[in-house]
Design a protein around this ligand. Structure first.
Ligand SMILES: Cc1cc2nc3c(=O)[nH]c(=O)nc-3n(C[C@H](O)[C@H](O)[C@H](O)COP(=O)(O)OP(=O)(O)OC[C@H]3O[C@@H](n4cnc5c(N)ncnc54)[C@H](O)[C@@H]3O)c2cc1C
Ligand code: FES
Length: 261
């Protein structure tokens, strides 16, 4: 794994793609080390906020040296990022986390499931799977008809949508959409809120698939030092002798069979 670096990146462009959701393109040499499912820590300019905000890599372009970040304005940090225009210089820490194990998709039927602000990292993943001609079905869950990024997912394979209010696709959640359409798979990659990930883990068991889940829980240091991001695991960690793992360094992607969620 490449060494983590704190580096200056430059905003190439930024636009609103949905209510409170921003799409920011950054120019940075860190893009050369990026893989689907990894993330960066973005620092605010407010020195009172020392910790970087973890944001998943939506897409990367190693030749152009760009990272695309799609994020929801949730609080102070992300509200500050949303004000950045072209040319703004921003400190980022990366590349962080393990990313999705793409080797598991080889010659397999793959299901990619995303919910809410867990959707963005799955776009880069779906594009990589398409490049490899993988048989992929994508199921994305949204609150309403504001289905950001869905037109880009459509170019990667079969897309099913679930909305809470039923305005587009299946009324309900992503698992309702999977059931309604009888979706089967050998391998599932998923990112979204914890209740959704629990649902994905049990659906994977039901259909006999392996599931790899990206946990976007709260985080602090982002580099394994503070234990601010632990999740429960089934097996005891060799070093700490406890049944947990650090999402920032051991994850954010885990084999669902290893997690106790
Ligand atoms: C590995 C990882 C990848 C992530 N990728 C993305 C992404 O691609 N796009 C995106 O929009 N967000 C992503 N997040 C969540 C993002 O990091 C937080 O929304 C952000 O740090 C909030 O910072 P803030 O200063 O704006 O808000 P704060 O002022 O720190 O918090 C504002 C509100 O957001 C809530 N919040 C903070 N962190 C999280 C979190 N991790 N999950 C849920 N709620 C949170 C707080 O409880 C609070 O209610 C990711 C988180 C992790 C751990
Ligand atoms: S955020 Fe500090 S150990 Fe993970």
């Amino acid at each position: 794994m490449a060494k983590k670096k704190k580096i200056c990146a430059k905003v190439v462009s930024q636009r609103v793609i949905s209510e409170g959701v921003m799409d920011m393109l950054l120019k940075t040499s860190l893009a050369e080390d990026a893989n689907p499912g990894q993330f960066v820590g973005v620092y605010t300019k407010d020195k009172a906020n020392l910790l970087p905000r973890p944001i998943s890599i939506c897409e990367f372009d190693k030749d152009d040296q760009t990272l695309r970040l799609v994020y929801r304005i949730a609080g102070k940090g992300t509200a500050e990022f949303a004000l950045y225009g072209t040319g703004e210089v921003v400190d980022i820490l990366g590349i962080l986390g393990n990313g999705f194990p793409l080797d598991k998709a080889k010659d397999k039927k793959v299901l990619v499931i995303g919910g809410g602000i867990g959707v963005p990292p799955l776009l880069g993943l779906s594009k990589e799977l398409k490049k490899e001609n993988t048989d992929v079905t994508m199921v994305m869950g949204y609150r309403n008809a504001d289905t950001f990024l869905s037109s880009e997912f459509e170019n990667c394979g079969k897309l099913l949508i679930a909305t809470e209010d039923g305005s587009v696709g299946t009324k309900g959640n992503v698992i309702d959409a999977c059931r309604e359409n009888g979706v089967k798979a050998d391998v599932i990659y998923a990112c979204g809120p914890m209740p959704m990930l629990r649902g994905v883990a049990s659906y994977a068991k039901e259909i006999g698939a392996k599931a790899y889940l990206s946990l976007e829980e709260r985080m602090a240091c982002g580099v394994g030092a503070c234990l601010g991001c632990i999740c429960k695991t089934k097996n005891t960690d060799e070093h700490s002798h406890v049944k947990n793992a650090r999402i920032c360094t051991d994850g954010p992607v885990f084999d669902a069979d290893d997690l106790d969620i």
